[in-house]
Design a protein around this ligand. Structure first.
Ligand code: NAD
Ligand code: SER
Length: 321
């Protein structure tokens, strides 16, 4: 990437943005990475480079920021996630789609050169094979969030084919990290469980014991994001959203893994409305296309992720492991 490129991250105060901005600033230089969100970001983001308050639904303000910093790449992370979206479907549709249209249109008009827009395993639904879900398969999402991701994928591909807009996208699994809190998804339990294990040695899961879902540790997710954005354009043969896999586990399995470090840890189960969402998603993902097209390979499995989470989160929370 030439030195003159400048990146705008929209939704930089969320679970992914907090970590992504810091990684991008390390790679491209702080002044070349503008963070933006409705709300202030974590102190390290606020203090290490430019930040702009932005409601992405305000297209004019978005355009002003892009012009002010001569932005050439946008990472659009602002969205309502699966659980929150089911509770506010009309607003979720508006935010998840209009934000994408604003960015795609600014690219079509020549203001931005490259877009990163995350999709999700939520594009899959009840008619999708649930084990080793392939890239190309039946896609009939049953959540508003999933429908918005499916539509977004189609729009990204359409803008690429019609106007040559360089769009790149990953279908993230549930993401787990210790640096930032998750923002209203069905996979959030896999982050909460670590906090509760360290603070109270007990966790009540909102998903049932054997609900297996695809998951990924944040360092892998950030690396995948940077790698797909860095890959030569000719290697990106899917413009909708690439399947991406890290690991798969159920609440019972992650609890057993945590117990290797904290033998007294206890879990019980009180499934709520999120159970139905989880039951419509795959158990595991086949990410052969990402591996073959741009050499994707995850580093973290359940064992390695759990150790790393517990070590880092216990330090952050100042709790003895
Ligand atoms: P998050 O909820 O933690 O963060 C989203 C951020 O967007 C928040 O800081 C919020 O304040 C901001 N935002 C909301 N409305 C805005 C607006 N109008 N203008 C500007 N900013 C606004 O979400 P996340 O987990 O960081 O997810 C980022 C993206 O990745 C989303 O598109 C999400 O669907 C996708 N994704 C996340 C996961 C995951 O497990 N975290 C998995 C699959 C896909
Ligand atoms: N982790 C996200 C969610 O649960 C999946 O996109 O909503």
């Amino acid at each position: 990437m030439p030195q003159t490129d400048t990146i705008l991250v929209i939704g930089s105060s969320g679970q992914i943005g907090t970590e992504l901005v810091m990684n991008l600033r390390e790679q491209f230089g702080s002044s070349h990475v503008v963070a933006s969100d409705l709300k202030d970001a974590a102190p390290e983001v606020m203090e290490s480079g430019p930040f702009e308050t932005l409601d992405v639904l305000d297209r004019q303000r978005l355009h002003e920021i892009i012009s002010k910093y001569k932005v050439t790449q946008v990472y659009l992370l602002a969205a309502l996630l699966s659980a929150t979206a089911e509770q506010n479907p009309m607003f979720a549709w508006k935010l998840n789609m209009e934000s994408l249209f604003h960015v795609l249109e600014l690219a079509r008009e020549g203001h931005i050169k490259k877009i990163y827009w995350p999709s999700s395993i939520a594009v899959f639904g009840l008619t999708t094979p649930r084990d080793n879900t392939p890239q190309f398969t039946s896609i009939e999402p049953s959540t508003i969030y999933g429908i918005s991701k499916q539509a977004g994928e189609r729009w990204c591909e359409w803008y690429y084919k019609k106007y040559g807009v360089d769009t790149r996208s990953l279908r993230y699994p549930g993401l787990i990290g210790w640096k930032s809190a998750p923002g209203g998804g069905t996979t959030d339990y896999a982050v909460h469980i670590f906090h509760e294990a360290l603070k109270n040695n007990q966790y009540t899961s909102f998903l049932s014991e054997n609900t297996m879902l695809p998951m990924m540790y944040m360092p892998d997710a950030i690396r995948a994001t940077l790698e797909i954005m860095d890959a030569p354009a000719e290697q990106i043969r899917i413009r909708g959203g690439y399947n991406l896999a890290g690991m798969s586990f159920s609440p019972a399995e992650i609890a057993a893994e945590i117990r290797k470090h904290r033998p007294d840890f206890k879990i019980d189960y009180a499934p709520d409305f999120r159970q139905q969402i989880a039951d419509s998603w795959p158990r595991s993902i086949d990410d052969s296309e990402a591996r073959n097209h741009w050499n994707w390979k995850p580093e973290f499995d359940l064992d390695k992720m759990t150790s790393d989470m517990l070590i880092n989160l216990s330090k952050k929370l100042t709790v003895k492991l």
